[in-house]
Ligand binder design. Structure first.
Ligand code: PLP
Length: 410
């Protein structure tokens, strides 16, 4: 008899985006004339920059030629890309990250979801609430989550509420978790941690021997000086933090798939006998066993975003989305709605008016403005009463959405 992993039966149906899609479809069937503006799912809309497209054409030609063809590459990624990452994403900011601390992958979802492979299932996990659901569900699969409670939370996961009262900054937990997921700039709230706020987390992790799993998939959107681009800007972080990065939102690679994870050599965990183990070695072992590297063509595309043309083109695309975010922010304010985010992130986190629930606001926005967003409660109980809008639509449709919201009687 084939036994399955019982933890999978504990998982809830991925309700959020399928429920949104179902509701939008039903609305469209009833109102075929409505022109719906989609500001829900966090996918990019601009094409991949020209520098990367050119690099891919060249790489494809190499692959079609016996003399320049590439078969299996290094599981950790090609040196040409790791060197660019080390130089441009880190050394330029005064951070020393060696190329053998960089693990190139097919994206941050895989890495944030897989990192638990090298960590004990006995570890206590803490997440912010609201949260990117991958951190929670991957821990449910691994058996770290316990049982589902009536609130829709997991009995063995610590939730750190982020709400208007604490300025969307999670408080340092009194009970000590072993693994702490932090995502900044944040999905879904679009908020950030300043240097001193992040330092408090690094100090806490060092003091309590906890591991920070720092997801900076939205690093490219940072505009404010006091917001760190990397956790390694903070003294001591090499001893307590793994950093995840993605080219998805930075360079429109959501359909191409490339990201990377930094595991510094100072990071030590302990086995059940109390023996110290380098997490870098464990992650390397894990990747070599279960992953065969991102494709050569994709890594050449990623390398191209570090060229002078590539950097300019990527900056332009980010500026385009940030302009949308600003339009959203100011339009929502003009409509009398409170919102955060959108300054260092492509997400705007809106407080629903007059105490409406997230789903009530979803229905109202879809029904009256024909705009689709994401109910905040779908990201965790503290997201109730909030709503996420993304800046990834076109400039024209973002303007149109804001006009509709302004004309809509709340
Ligand atoms: N991390 C966060 C916080 C995200 O919001 C996303 C995508 O939406 C990812 C990771 C996934 O990134 P990737 O496309 O590199 O898998």
């Amino acid at each position: 008899m084939i036994r399955v992993n019982d933890n999978f039966s504990k998982l809830q149906e991925s309700y959020l985006f399928s429920e949104i899609a179902r509701k939008v479809k039903a609305f469209e069937a009833e109102h075929p004339e409505a022109s719906i503006i989609r500001m829900g799912i966090g996918d990019v809309t601009l094409p991949i920059c020209e520098a990367s497209v050119k690099a891919m054409h060249k790489a494809v030609d190499e692959m079609g030629n016996r003399a320049t063809f590439h078969g299996y590459g290094p599981e950790q990624g090609y040196a040409f890309l790791a060197e660019c990452i080390s130089k441009y994403d880190y050394a330029e900011r005064g951070i020393a990250i060696a190329t053998d601390e960089i693990f190139i992958s097919d994206g941050a979802k895989s890495d944030t979801g897989n990192i638990g492979d090298i960590l004990s299932t006995d570890n206590l996990v803490a997440v912010t609430d609201p949260v990117y659901p991958v951190y929670v569900d991957s821990n449910v699969m691994a058996g770290r989550a316990g049982t589902l409670t009536e609130r829709g939370t997991w009995s063995n996961i610590m939730y750190m509420p982020c709400n208007a009262e604490n300025g969307f900054i999670p408080a340092l937990p009194a009970a000590i978790p072993d693994m702490i997921y932090l995502c900044y700039p944040n999905n879904p709230t679009g908020t950030t941690l300043t240097r001193s706020q992040l330092k408090a987390w690094v100090d806490y992790a060092l003091e309590n021997k906890a591991l920070l799993l720092f997801d900076s998939a939205y690093e490219a959107f940072i505009t404010e000086d006091d917001v760190p681009h990397s956790i390694y800007e903070i003294e001591g972080a090499r001893r307590c933090a793994i950093e995840f990065r993605s080219f998805s939102k930075t360079a429109g690679f959501t359909g191409l798939r490339c990201g990377y994870t930094v595991v510094p050599k100072e990071l030590i965990g302990y086995d059940s006998e109390g023996r110290p183990m380098m997490l870098n070695k464990l992650w390397n072992r894990r990747q070599c066993t279960k992953f065969n590297g991102a494709s050569y063509v994709t890594q050449r595309a990623a390398e191209a975003i570090y060229t002078p043309e590539g950097r300019t083109q990527v900056r332009e695309a980010i500026a385009y989305y940030l302009r949308n975010a600003l339009i959203l922010r100011s339009g929502l304010a003009a409509a009398g709605l409170e919102a955060v985010g959108g300054v260092n992130a492509p997400y705007v986190w809106v407080k629903t008016p007059r105490g409406m629930t997230s789903w009530e606001f979803f229905a109202k926005l879809l029904g009256e403005c024909h705009i689709v967003g994401t109910p905040g409660v779908g990201f965790g109980p503290s997201g109730e009463g909030y709503f996420r809008l993304t800046a990834f639509n076109t400039y024209e449709l973002t303007l149109e959405a804001v006009e509709r919201i302004k004309n809509f009687r709340l």
